[in-house]
Design a protein around this ligand. Structure first.
Ligand code: ZN
Length: 432
């Protein structure tokens, strides 16, 4: 029976006996008939406990296995039912597949590995499955990986954030561990109730051991954190504070653009096509056009500016000192978080007095908002919680969101996020 062992190895079936192999001409698949090894028979599919047999269930069934070369392969076996004292009448466990799965464990693991690593279309084409199936597979692989593992053990410094997914303003609340740099929890919703569930799961004792919580300034997060771990230092999230400044800057840019358009309305209309050489200049139109295209130059960090974007900023500095001042205020706030520590706090003092007298309403208001959240912002500067972590988690989850688009449930997105960012991605089958 050396042959059988080769087949078992090829298909990755352990603790099973390969009975025979045949080619199904009709379906064009290789069919490997197998049965669980003696010690693995008659076990509950849910808990794995040995149970008395119940009946033959629906007879023989097939599990899709990894392709052998270019040929699709399936495992075929009896699927009897057992009566488990805890789980009732259930289909008996098989060593090569997860309970309730139509694919082998190797197949599942490879799909999960690919879903984290490759594009959606690559996974579907390579594995010859629908995206919906990918969603079901990664959900059960993630559930399997988290079963029996306490994702919330030893948490000390956490970050809480919300991320949007799909359209129509659907949100996930996510919790990251600043020390292990992993995503540890995610659930649909963004409200006190959702976050409350996280702390319920964590329990009172472990909640009390949390020393730092970083989050954006949303009241619903602050309220729950204050109530559930009152001893923790609350830190603002630099990512969000800088985002506020970017919003304020955009308000100023849109004003400047509207002013230019108002000017443009008084200018002569032109017919379609290249203007004549003696056409009168239209500074309002020209300004509006350039301001519209300056958006990214204003948003970007200066070190990432292209030459053209640098030119746009220089043009703004020359022609619109107020908008340029708004830009410098945004950069100033970013600088506060770049230097951090005492130097950051000093820079924040200077920034606040600058904002207070800048006479740009959007930034005067931002100054007030910063003053309101000053303790949390100062804590962020002093404790130097890795804001880069939240930012990179955010970026990665947004990337996953794009891949996960088309999943019907938030569960599949959460599973994908936990596999990718929670350190749960399985190894490729057959690799250590
Ligand atoms: Zn059971």
């Amino acid at each position: 029976m050396r042959n059988a062992r080769v087949w078992a190895g090829l298909l990755g079936v352990e603790k099973a006996v390969v009975e025979r192999v045949e080619f199904d001409d009709q379906q064009g698949v290789l069919v490997v008939h197998a049965r669980p090894a003696r010690g693995r028979r008659s076990r509950c599919g849910v808990c794995g406990r040995r149970c008395p047999g119940y009946d033959q269930g629906q007879g023989r069934r097939r599990w899709r296995a990894l392709d052998l070369g270019t040929v699709q392969a399936v495992l075929e076996a009896d699927a009897p039912r057992v009566r488990c004292p805890a789980h009732g009448v259930v289909v008996a466990a098989v060593p090569w597949a997860r309970h309730g799965a139509g694919h082998t464990r190797f197949f599942d693991d490879q799909v999960a590995w690919l879903a984290v690593t490759c594009s959606k279309s690559a996974v579907m084409a390579l594995m010859r499955i629908a995206w919906r199936t990918v969603g079901a597979i990664i959900t059960r692989v993630a559930a399997d990986a988290t079963a029996g593992v306490d994702q919330l053990a030893g948490l000390r410094r956490i970050g809480i954030d919300e991320i949007s997914y799909k359209r129509h303003h659907r949100y996930l609340t996510v919790v990251v561990d600043h020390d292990s740099r992993r995503l540890v929890w995610a659930a649909p919703g963004r409200d006190t109730h959702t976050l409350g569930r996280f702390f319920d799961q964590l329990g009172a004792e472990r909640s009390a051991q949390i020393t730092h919580v970083s989050a954006d300034a949303a009241d619903w997060i602050a309220d729950v954190v204050a109530q559930r771990c009152p001893g923790a230092v609350r830190c603002a999230d630099a990512f969000h504070v800088v985002a506020w400044a970017t919003e304020a800057l955009d308000t100023v840019r849109i004003q400047a653009w509207n002013d230019a358009r108002a000017l443009a309305r008084g200018e002569p209309k032109r017919s379609v096509g290249r203007p004549r050489a003696d056409a009168p200049p239209r500074p309002g139109h020209e300004r509006a056009r350039r301001l519209r295209h300056a958006r990214y130059a204003l948003w970007k960090n200066p070190e990432n500016l292209s030459e053209r974007e640098g030119d746009k900023l220089a043009w703004i500095a020359k022609t619109d000192p107020r908008l340029h001042r708004a830009y410098l205020l945004k950069e100033g706030l970013r600088h506060v978080f770049a230097v951090k520590g005492d130097a950051g706090i000093e820079a924040l003092d200077r920034w606040q007095s600058w904002a207070a007298r800048c006479r740009i309403p959007a930034f005067v208001a931002l100054g007030r908002r910063i003053r309101k959240h000053r303790p949390a912002i100062e804590a962020a500067l002093t404790h130097e919680l890795s804001n880069a972590l939240i930012e990179s988690t955010n970026t990665k989850i947004r990337l996953l969101q794009r891949i996960a688009f088309g999943f019907h449930s938030a569960d599949a997105l959460i599973a994908l996020a936990m596999l990718a960012l929670g350190g749960l991605r399985p190894a490729l089958p057959g690799r250590a």
